[in-house]
Design a protein around this ligand. Structure first.
Ligand SMILES: [Zn+2]
Length: 259
């Protein structure tokens, strides 16, 4: 995106921090009520989609969110590396320690607070970040006294739409749904010529009584779930627009921020 384009976006009240200058941010802060931080991951998604899958989905979703709440939201830069130990046996995956991400997210929250922003929402693109996001929100509330929360943009907020429309038996990673969401949000990350159905070894991996951590290659040797060949722009649109509508509603209800 060129500077003129980002200038236009800003004039519409879509505030993306990394595309702004400080005088522009100072002006925007007169109306902005909520800081939003996309949190991604750099990890394998089978042969179907590239390493920026979760990062690009989180970032592009936040752009749509900012468009829905003009002048009210300031979107920070995406955090590109999350918790992905369970994918480390696949070449290229990067991870940080839970303690590192926890401290990092807390530090960014503290920074927003220095500029007068008391409300913060983490938008999560990667399931492996969930437990750390819970902890980060606990720290940010009790140590920084900010109003804070996190939400996911697929299963967490549009699980019912997925259950209704998805054809694959098992999904959730590098799958029909995630590939579809990318076709809608960031098609550059989809390797259309390499889409393939997954061979899943343990379809019940997350449906057992006792919660146990796992290694992804033991669940799916190829690294993905479901059948990405069935992905579509339309499914991605249905999942994303549902999640977006619900999250905008929740921001109004839980943060008291509306258009
Ligand atoms: Zn993913």
């Amino acid at each position: 995106m060129g500077t003129e384009e980002s200038r236009k976006e800003m004039d519409m009240g879509t505030y993306l921090l990394e595309k702004m200058t400080w005088p522009e941010v100072e002006e925007a802060l007169k109306t902005v009520e909520l800081a939003v931080l996309p949190v991604g991951s750099t990890e394998q998604h089978g042969s179907n989609t590239t390493f920026d899958t979760d990062t690009a989905r989180a970032r592009e979703f936040c752009r749509l969110l900012a468009e829905e709440l003009p002048d009210k939201v300031l979107v920070g830069p995406v955090i590109p590396i999350g918790i992905a130990f369970h994918h480390m046996s696949f070449p290229g995956t990067l991870t940080v320690q839970p303690e590192t991400l926890l401290q990092y997210l807390t530090d960014v929250a503290w920074s927003f607070k220095q500029h007068g922003l008391q409300k913060l929402l983490f938008i999560n693109g990667h399931g492996g970040n969930r437990t750390v996001l819970d902890l980060a929100c606990t720290k940010v509330l009790h140590e920084l006294d900010m109003q804070v929360g996190w939400v996911g943009i697929m299963t967490d907020t549009a699980g019912d739409v997925m259950a209704e429309k998805v054809d694959s038996d098992i999904y959730g990673h590098g799958c029909e749904v995630e590939t579809s969401q990318l076709l809608y949000l960031h098609p550059e990350s989809v390797r259309e010529s390499a889409l393939e159905p997954a061979e899943v070894q343990d379809a019940l991996y997350n449906k057992k009584w006792i919660n146990m951590p796992y290694r992804w290659h033991e669940i799916s040797a190829g690294g993905a779930l479901g059948d990405a060949t069935k992905s579509s722009y339309e499914l991605g649109q249905a999942v994303t627009e549902t999640a977006l509508k619900r999250i905008v509603g929740a921001i109004e209800q839980q943060f008291g921020v509306s258009r």
